[in-house]
Design a protein around this ligand. Structure first.
Ligand SMILES: *Cc1c(COP(=O)(O)O)cnc(C)c1O
Length: 479
């Protein structure tokens, strides 16, 4: 069997997977126990003897895809992961096939050119101008830069490492000095606390920034927090703002926050992993008004830009902060050389680096950025319609009016009841939603990623939830 024949088998299987999902001709979720699944897939037989090709490949893929979560299904409303454009997945294949580890230019000139251009495009959306390539003419002034990483979590770690390099330059040699803190709203993503742990600040160095009633960072009380930190003899490594928050999908008021940060000479990092994509929409861009005043921004393409996992960008306003973040020597990689391109290797934790930019580039180049912007607007509108519909139902409470494509709500009853409803739904596999804790309670949570999802799907979900609730109360007497 040739690559072309097996490729055709694979493409046909994937197309059928997406079609079945799209037409709800299969469950969105099908969780067999792991050991049973490993057996069914014949994994242990294939590893020693090989032979996964032709008809056997076809059967394997059928079983594999049957047990795969189907993001293409309109009832996929659980997590902030793109329903990728098939073209983006094709780019993942091209990248996997060529295997151009492009952190050094000579290992992937085309991939590096794509990454550089994609980053420039993203920087321009923020309102920054990209640093020119080495050798190019450069007007004096602040030049922005970026790098693509395997996910927003790694991008956040890289951003905070770059902040440390500029605030405490000796940290690289002698370790993180005591007293550095990260000021972030409690609604920030857990990767911020994880970065603090990894960097040796310790998770307790993440200090809860003042928030308003909905958990958004409150700029009016930010100065007080700065003063308290100074009184305690500590220093702010960076303020982290959400654009948008993970649980409720709310945007912190970036411009006001940035102005206070500037007054206190503090760095602002915007975690826009999910929500920075509104930069594409003239109608929604106001949600990140002032983002250009930050020192760094994280922006995931694999969330709102129809891009296959993973493709995240760390973008910095002053390229020197990122270029000085890591100071490693590896003589076989880092040396002065006369080259026509650019090495990304000094900007990233990773050494062997995939050509992540191609996946976003294929999505954009196939669909065009205006169409992707319209999709983001549509999903945001759908979230608002869903919230309105749910709000009008007597047995439902909606957490907040959505600002993004995330909706949190609960049916009458306890936190435990919400979790039990979701557990049953997940077991059944016809709908896939998540839950989140916010504002002191547990909510059912929709992340409306799929352009095929409609308000009717949400109405059908509600009917299913009510039926589950009635059964739970009937069986257990729970409330
Ligand atoms: C998704 C998300 C992250 C984590 O990004 P990954 O790409 O999943 O690692 C961080 N911050 C926010 C606000 C997010 O929404």
């Amino acid at each position: 069997m040739s690559f072309l024949e097996d490729g055709a088998i694979t493409a046909a299987a994937l197309q059928a997977f997406a079609d079945q999902g799209q037409h709800a001709a299969r469950p969105v979720l099908n969780q067999l126990p792991l050991s049973e699944l490993a057996q069914k897939l014949g994994l242990s037989q294939l590893i020693p003897y090989g032979g996964l090709q032709g008809e056997r490949l076809n059967h394997f893929l059928a079983d594999y895809l049957a047990a795969s979560t189907c993001l293409h299904h309109p009832h996929f409303m659980a997590h902030q992961v793109a329903v990728p454009l098939p073209q983006s997945a094709l780019a993942a294949l091209v990248d996997g096939f060529t295997n151009n580890a492009m952190a050094i230019y000579e290992m992937g000139p085309a991939a590096a050119a794509v990454e550089h251009t994609i980053l420039e495009w993203m920087l321009t959306k923020i309102g920054w101008s990209a640093a020119p390539l080495p050798g190019a003419h450069h007007e004096k002034g602040c030049a922005a830069a970026g790098v693509l990483t395997h996910g927003g979590s790694l991008a956040n770690l890289t951003a905070l490492s770059a902040a440390r390099a500029s605030i405490a330059p000796s940290a690289w040699e002698t370790g993180t000095p005591p007293g550095l803190v990260i000021l972030a709203p409690p609604s920030c993503h857990y990767s911020i606390a994880r970065a603090a742990g990894i960097m040796g600040l310790g998770q307790r160095a993440v200090i809860a920034a003042p928030t308003d009633a909905l958990g958004r960072l409150d700029p009016n009380r930010l100065s007080d927090a700065f003063r308290q930190i100074a009184t305690d003899g500590r220093r702010v490594l960076a303020v982290v703002a959400n654009a948008c928050s993970t649980a409720l999908g709310l945007y912190d008021p970036l411009r006001d926050i940035a102005e206070i940060c500037r007054a206190h000479d503090a760095r602002l990092h915007v975690d826009g992993a999910h929500g920075a994509s509104v930069l594409l929409s003239p109608r929604l861009r106001h949600l990140v008004d002032g983002i250009e005043l930050a020192q760094s921004v994280v922006w995931d393409a694999h969330k709102m830009l129809r891009t296959s996992t993973l493709c995240a960008a760390l973008l910095v306003k002053d390229h020197r902060h990122l270029d000085r973040a890591f100071r490693e020597e590896a003589s076989y990689l880092f040396h002065d050389k006369d080259e026509p391109g650019f090495d990304f290797i000094h900007r990233t934790v990773e050494c062997t680096k995939a050509g992540l930019g191609l996946k976003l580039f294929f999505a954009l180049a196939y669909e065009g950025e205006a169409a992707i912007a319209r999709m983001i607007e549509r999903q945001t509108d759908l979230a608002q319609q869903a919230a309105q519909y749910l709000e009008d139902e007597p047995d439902i409470e909606v957490a907040v009016e959505p600002q993004s494509n995330i909706v949190c709500f609960r049916l009458a009853g306890s936190d435990a009841l919400q979790l039990e409803m979701r557990r049953r739904l997940t077991q059944h596999g016809e709908f896939y939603i998540s839950t989140a804790e916010a504002l002191g309670r547990r909510w059912l949570r929709l992340a409306l990623m799929n352009p095929a999802t409609t308000l009717d799907d949400i109405k059908a979900l509600l009917a299913e939830l009510r039926a589950a609730r009635a059964r739970i109360i009937g069986e257990t007497g729970a409330t």
